[in-house]
Design a binder for this molecule. Sequence first.
Ligand code: CP3
Length: 346
Amino acid sequence: MLPVWFMRQAGRSLPEYRELRVGTRMLDACLDPALASEITLQPVRRHRVDAAIFFSDIVVPLRLAGVDVDIVPGKGPVLASPVRTDSDVAALPVLAPDALAPVVEGVRRTVAGLAELGHVPLIGFAGAPFTLAAYLVEGGPSKDHIRARTLMHADPDAWSALMAWAADATGTFLRAQVLAGASAAQLFDSWAGALSLEDYTRHVAPASARALSHVRDLSYPDPDRRTDPVSVTPVERNVPIVHFGVGTGELLRAMHDVGADVIGVDYRIPLDEASRRLGNIVPVQGNIDPSYLDAPWPVVEAHVREVVERGRSAPSHVVNLGHGVPPQTDPGVLTRIVELVHGISA
Ligand code: CP3
């Protein structure tokens, strides 16, 4: 059966989420283990998706390290003081693994809850160093990330120190989720599409590889092969790593080369073309265009069928959106897409 889940499936499209979030700030909700695990389970119960993604945010490790960052509703992450010079970078606080206790507890509770829903796997995630730097240097959301990209060229030493710091903070966050029970890890380099291939390869890819090195060695017992028929020892698999970015059609191969197993593709290029660019040997995830979700059902259905068809040229395909669920989406459409995808592949 083709697996399907949705980026931002836990969140504002669900009335049960909006109800739970009343009176709690976004980052406080992420750091409340009971709340974070309940919010993670909501879309699994409702849509019967094949994976949960932990309710958290890419800036959680920054907050836990002691960086003054908040998530402003309708805007996104905002920093009290942007990181713009080599001394700003040198002053960044190191993330202590103990600070991750609320994340570890949240993941543990979630995995226990998912066991009751049929052992649905949990995806842990983190932001890639460039996407984090895009917020750290700009101080908030931006269109072209020009200050971050200027620092990259104007002060390459400060830039690489910043990237190394971000790689270790985000890698520590990701590792904690996997050790607490997540069975896959997704690295979001949402804004990497702002980079040329050369800048990505030189100034960003080494840090993304460093972030992933924090989880590369982790494995889990294969649930389908709990024991090997010959040796009677459990079969261990490496935790699969998914790497996603928006507008990264030119970067797909380089994003695979940092050590990813699966490439998430946004909606700007068809999956068969993405797979071709990856040499037709890499599993892909994606790429239903979120702008279809509000269209009449026959239009949605035709689009989903086309995504599934084009995904057949990759060795395997995890159906998802090409970016996050828009807040105004009717959640009923998401449930219907899950039924459709499962029906096509049954
Ligand atoms: O369901 C899920 O996908 C898991 C939860 C999740 C959130 N953020 C919760 C969230 C995940 C995987 C993220 C990752 C994230 N955060 C990314 C990478 C993925 C992507 O969308 O490209 C990025 C770039 C961020 C930074 C960020 N945080 C943005 C751009 C925003 C949206 C701002 C807005 O209000 O439109 C946030 C806030 C945020 N993170 C919300 C949620 C549910 C909305 C806040 C709310 O509900 O009050």
